[in-house]
Write a protein of this length. Structure first.
Length: 102
């Protein structure tokens, strides 16, 4: 169980770093960027599992690929929530400016 938690944590952090690299300091966020990060995580998880299956006594386990990919999805979901929460005051101010009469 500790190994599974470790894998989940590693892929979670990797997914956050991949998104950070894709964003490259830009403030905006796009769904496509999160989907790219998830695709990279899924690909890396599949390749890693394939590579480990070449070790004697190890077999390719689809459940490990799914666990690692779910860590990437969770990271992107939390990153989206953090980004949306951080935009809260900006969105509220923009709505206020639009709705207030001049």
């Amino acid at each position: 169980m500790i190994r599974k938690i470790g894998h989940f944590s590693e892929y979670f952090v990797l997914s956050v770093f991949i998104l950070r690299g894709i964003r490259a300091g830009r403030r905006e966020a796009h769904l496509a960027w999160a989907l790219i990060a998830i695709a990279v995580i899924a690909s890396y998880a599949a390749f890693d599992e394939w590579h480990q299956s070449s070790v004697p006594g190890r077999e390719l386990e689809l459940s490990d690929i799914l666990l690692d990919t779910s860590a990437g999805v969770a990271a992107q979901a939390i990153a989206a929530l953090v980004l949306l929460r951080g935009r809260g005051p900006e969105l509220h101010a923009a709505k206020h400016e639009i709705s207030s009469p001049k």
